[in-house]
Ligand binder design. Structure first.
Ligand SMILES: [Zn+2]
Length: 54
């Protein structure tokens, strides 16, 4: 089961959701802290939080 990392645009809370791919396609994640649906997905596998291209 893949995990998806999200970051809330409202409170900047980062959270992880475990969903199947089909579930991920039809379910919208929301912030567990402030219940906002304004979340962005961050990809944990390839991007690192600190690296940047120079
Ligand atoms: Zn939030």
């Amino acid at each position: 089961m893949p995990t998806y990392e999200y970051e809330c645009r409202d409170c900047n809370k980062k959270f992880t959701v475990i969903q199947s791919i089909s579930e991920h396609g039809k379910t919208k994640a929301s912030c567990p802290k402030c219940k906002s649906a304004k979340v962005k997905q961050s990809i944990s596998h390839f991007t690192t939080k600190t690296s940047r291209k120079s």
